[in-house]
Design a protein around this ligand. Structure first.
Ligand code: CA
Length: 674
């Protein structure tokens, strides 16, 4: 999201279970509860042997029509069909005996005596350029070869995932990517691409790094980039949804051909699946780019968005409106839309933007529906809103309410801000950059915000109670597309210090993330010290700010190798990926440290072959201070996994018998007993 008023959500408190009742809507929105609903899979367009049929949900329209076109964006309709109303379902229907492949259509509805502008509807699965008209295509022709056997990586537990968040343009636009299809879905289908100095880029880089899932920033059709003028090289993150069920045209090689974007997105997903990498879609059902001009308003005015009692749009997104997941037709839309992406595009997971705008019941239903499609699918989201909402806090899918949700995780802003400093203050430091007093909040992150006998949540900087019932409910991260990159944050908060210190802090920060319980998440390019030239809200900044410079991979090769070993270590050792609060409480043991005498020092063990680990005990010590600190390790036959900024997943950095060991400034010590 481009707005980050996360503090609002932080003030929310956990209340008891609330009855889900009509009375919780605003007085204005209560009028919609009695509307008939319809969520059959024939909404809007069906093509089969009987021909082409249209069915638009719009219970209060006075009339409705379908316009048929030969072209995706110009010319007049070649035919207009009147639609017939069915009061039981609130839908309008029309049909023709032919299969209209290659044609385009729009709907118009008459509301309060006025014909509203044309809309492709809310269920367009293919569109013309800029998404103004829906397209009728044969989806069978969009499948890459072997699509029927395409599968994402199976995963036993969500904590087994290692997530890499990326924007299509960031990965490939810079000339140093060596990629031909720059800024396109197809970029990640290109194998053998290298930087000028011969370092792997693109999908080969991802394989080399070892991440399990790519989280792609919004890739449904969004509003801000003019698909008819791609030579202008416009950039946007894409948090401005237009057509939820169609890929974004600017990421295709030909936005004017409706099938191309569909096929090319599938080709990207297939290439990643072939590489053993899953794909997570960033979805933004919480608001629409436009208010009155949105496809929701143009099909069923009033219904899909929330309002205050006086009828004004509510705006918990900070973008002008918010949607009404607590109303049945909107709830079904979210469930059916995510299910569609999982089935048609083989998407392996979903990241919900401003998830707390949605209600808990809807999110639980989404998770249950997706688990039926694919048991390995997972969902996580931002457990906050960007403004107040008519939806009561106890019904919101807030971080603090995550324990009321099954199979859904939330981002831990606790560990994020504790490690590197607060996101609103560039100069603020965190645990890894020498600021004292954040030890307990980092520990909250290490135990994935689950109840632990040695963690005092009342001393946390943010949420003050163990809000997660299990580690599968937590995504740990130190940075993402929002706010400063980790590199820029370190440059601003450690201004005047040598870059070597910043690289040490970067390694320590991510060592904490990747060894913590919960699921680790990283922002693309941070493994090669990628920056955004100090820009914190780059949602529409040019490629010169946002694109990753792959020359960095040579310049910061040591950092890249460190990340690679860190990820390999996590994947090889289930001790870092425990699946229950009880396991963490009994197998993760903090050593006694006094944060007043030895600030910025955390030490703990993963004991007794935690979670079936081959290693009997793993000792982790994090020194975030700008001076060396000495710890007393119990006597034993220890192998060194990480020390003084070096790391080896094979634990072959030497051995020690324990005793007094000095830990370098801004570094992690990891030891293992086999
Ligand atoms: Ca678009």
């Amino acid at each position: 999201m481009k707005l980050t008023l996360k503090t609002l959500a932080m003030t929310a408190i956990l209340l008891g279970p609330a009855p889900i009742s009509a009375q919780t809507n605003s007085s204005y929105d209560r009028q919609f509860i009695s509307w008939p609903v319809y969520s059959g899979d024939d909404l809007e367009l069906t093509v089969n042997d009987r021909g082409t049929s249209f069915r638009l949900w719009s219970p209060k329209a006075q009339e409705a029509i379908v316009n048929l076109y030969d072209n995706g964006h110009t010319g007049k309709p070649y035919s207009t069909l009147p639609m017939k109303f069915d009061p039981a379902t609130g839908t309008w229907s029309a049909s023709l005996p032919e299969k209209l492949y290659g044609k385009f259509y729009t709907f118009r509805v008459k509301n309060d005596g006025n014909w509203l502008p044309e809309t492709p509807g809310v269920w367009a699965k293919a569109v013309g350029v800029n998404g103004k008209r829906a397209a009728i295509i044969d989806f069978a022709g969009t499948d890459p070869e072997g699509w029927e056997n395409d599968r994402g990586p199976g995963m036993k537990n969500f904590t087994d995932a290692v997530i890499y968040e990326m924007h299509h343009r960031d990965m490939s636009m810079d000339p140093s990517s060596g990629i031909a299809n720059k800024g396109k879905f197809l970029a990640l289908t290109e194998e053998g691409t290298v930087s000028p100095l011969g370092e792997k880029t693109g999908i080969d880089h991802l394989k080399e790094l070892g991440v399990t899932h790519i989280h792609i920033l919004p890739s449904y059709d969004y509003n801000s980039v003019d698909e008819a003028n791609l030579h202008e090289n416009q950039y946007n993150w894409g948090y401005d949804p237009q057509n939820y069920n169609t890929p974004e045209g600017s990421y295709s090689t030909n936005p004017s051909d409706p099938a191309t974007r569909v096929r090319e997105m599938k080709e990207m997903i297939k290439a990643l699946h072939n590489a053993g990498i899953g794909v997570v879609m960033d979805v933004v059902y919480n608001h629409t780019a436009e208010n009155d001009g949105s496809n929701f308003e143009l099909t069923a005015p009033g219904y899909y968005h929330r309002h205050w009692d006086d009828g004004r749009y509510a705006d918990a997104s900070g973008c002008g409106n918010e949607t009404a997941s607590d109303l049945q037709q909107m709830r079904d839309f979210i469930i059916n839309s995510t299910r569609y992406w999982a089935q048609e595009y083989h998407v392996d997971g979903f990241r919900f933007d401003l998830m707390a705008i949605h209600d808990i019941e809807t999110m639980n239903m989404v998770a249950a529906a997706l688990k039926e499609v694919n048991p390995s699918i997972f969902i996580y989201g931002e457990g906050w809103t960007a403004g107040d909402s008519p939806l009561q806090p106890e019904r919101r899918a807030l971080k603090e309410n995550v324990s009321k949700m099954e199979n859904i995780a939330v981002f831990s802003d606790d560990i994020r801000d504790a490690i590197k400093g607060h996101y609103t203050d560039a100069s603020d430091r965190g645990f890894a950059t020498g600021k004292p007093g954040l030890e307990e909040t980092v520990k909250i992150g290490i135990v994935a915000a689950t109840d632990h006998p040695q963690v005092d949540f009342s001393k946390g900087n943010n949420s003050r109670f163990p809000y997660a019932k299990s580690p599968g409910m937590i995504v740990n991260y130190v940075s993402c597309h929002d706010d400063l990159t980790l590199t820029d944050k370190l440059r601003k908060s450690m201004a005047g210090e040598p870059e070597e210190n910043m690289l040490e802090a970067a390694k320590l920060a991510q060592t904490i993330i990747f060894t913590s319980q919960g699921t680790p998440f990283m922002f693309a390019g941070e493994e090669i010290f990628r920056d955004k030239k100090g820009e914190h809200n780059s949602y529409r900044s040019p490629d010169s700010i946002n694109a990753i410079d792959w020359n960095n991979k040579s310049k910061y090769h040591g950092l890249f190798d460190y990340y690679r070993q860190l990820i390999a270590l996590r994947k090889a050792h289930p001790a870092f990926r425990m699946t229950s609060q009880a396991d963490i409480a009994s197998h993760l043991k903090f050593d006694r440290t006094d944060s007043r005498k030895t600030p910025n020092l955390i030490s703990y063990s993963l004991t007794d072959h935690a979670n079936g680990d081959a290693w009997e005990e793993i000792k982790l010590v994090f020194n975030g201070a700008d001076k060396p600190q000495t710890v007393d390790i119990k006597k034993g036959d220890w192998k060194i996994v990480a020390k003084d900024g070096h790391i080896s997943a094979a634990a072959d950095l030497g051995a020690t018998e324990g005793g007094k060991i000095t830990v370098a400034p801004r570094s992690a010590l990891i030891l293992a007993r086999f």
